[in-house]
Design a protein around this ligand. Structure first.
Ligand code: ADP
Ligand code: MG
Length: 253
């Protein structure tokens, strides 16, 4: 694989190589009863690419994200990750893939209320066999990168919505995933906090070298990504590259 590192809005940007996609789908369809959620979607996602998915409510965005991440198996077509046919793996193998290679950020964070921030962030590592002390050490490092070092002993209920989402981002990145999936992760936050959190998500994921697949209804959030796909009626309606934004230029939007 060819890597090009060039200066960009977040200091360093890794230029993805589109010829060897890390993750791709070929003609995937998914029906729920009479509802056709996906009508034949083919997408190729390069390593290090940050992809925003937009589209009307009910157009199939979450279903596409779930098929890409092995949560759902499409009715037809294939999903391939790093050369492996995800759609034909057994449940256990797909679970293992999700734990070890993917990170997830959901709308309401889905942190475990009884656990502290560092325990929440370290949990995915402990689930794959990392010792508790190592997992918590890694968690502390991730929380520090996200500006949450002082909150590491706090439980989610004692944090603001933005802090909880930053903790969820730290958790998604703790196992050094190849792809981070995020489904409307700023949906429950006020606009200013949402934008700040999404900027942090896109820059932290880009710096980690992982790919990002981000479902959002906010074009200003999508603009932090390198590419935008629009889904309508279960099909890719448009697919375009986005210009990198200069750091701190809110007006550039
Ligand atoms: P979006 O995320 O773009 O809002 P979804 O992918 O969630 O859209 O849903 C696409 C379509 O599939 C919608 O019509 C939705 O109602 C339907 N759908 C999604 N998940 C299910 C499910 N588990 N059971 C039944 N219908 C579903
Ligand atoms: Mg959705």
């Amino acid at each position: 694989m060819e890597w090009t590192v060039k200066p960009g809005w977040n200091g360093v940007m890794i230029e993805p190589d589109a010829s060897t996609p890390l993750l791709h789908t070929q003609g995937i369809t998914k029906n729920f009863g009479q509802v056709q959620a996906l009508a034949g979607v083919s997408v190729r996602i390069a390593r290090g690419e940050t992809l925003a998915i937009m589209g009307p409510s009910g157009s199939g965005k979450s279903t596409l994200l779930h098929c890409l991440s092995g949560v759902l198996v499409p009715d037809q077509g294939t999903v391939t990750f790093d050369g492996q046919p995800v759609s034909s793996l057994r449940d256990r193998e797909r679970s293992h893939l999700r734990l070890t290679r993917f990170g997830f950020v959901f709308q309401d964070g889905q942190l475990i209320p009884e656990l502290s921030a560092r325990e929440n962030v370290g949990l995915p590592l402990m689930l794959t066999g990392t010792s508790r002390s190592r997992a918590l050490g890694t968690a502390d490092g991730m929380l520090e990168r996200l500006g949450l070092a002082d909150l590491r002993h706090r439980r989610p209920g004692d944090m603001s919505g933005g802090q909880a989402q930053r903790t969820a981002i730290a958790r998604a990145l703790a196992a050094q995933p190849d792809v981070v999936f995020a489904d409307e992760p700023s949906g429950a936050l006020d606009q200013a906090t949402g934008h700040e959190t999404m900027q942090l998500l896109t820059t932290t994921v880009a710096m980690s070298g992982a790919s990002l697949v981000l479902v959002t209804h906010d074009l200003n959030v999508a603009r932090w990504c390198s590419r935008l796909i629009e889904i309508r009626d279960g099909l890719v309606h448009s697919d375009r590259r986005l210009e990198p934004l200069a750091a701190g230029t809110e007006a550039a939007r």
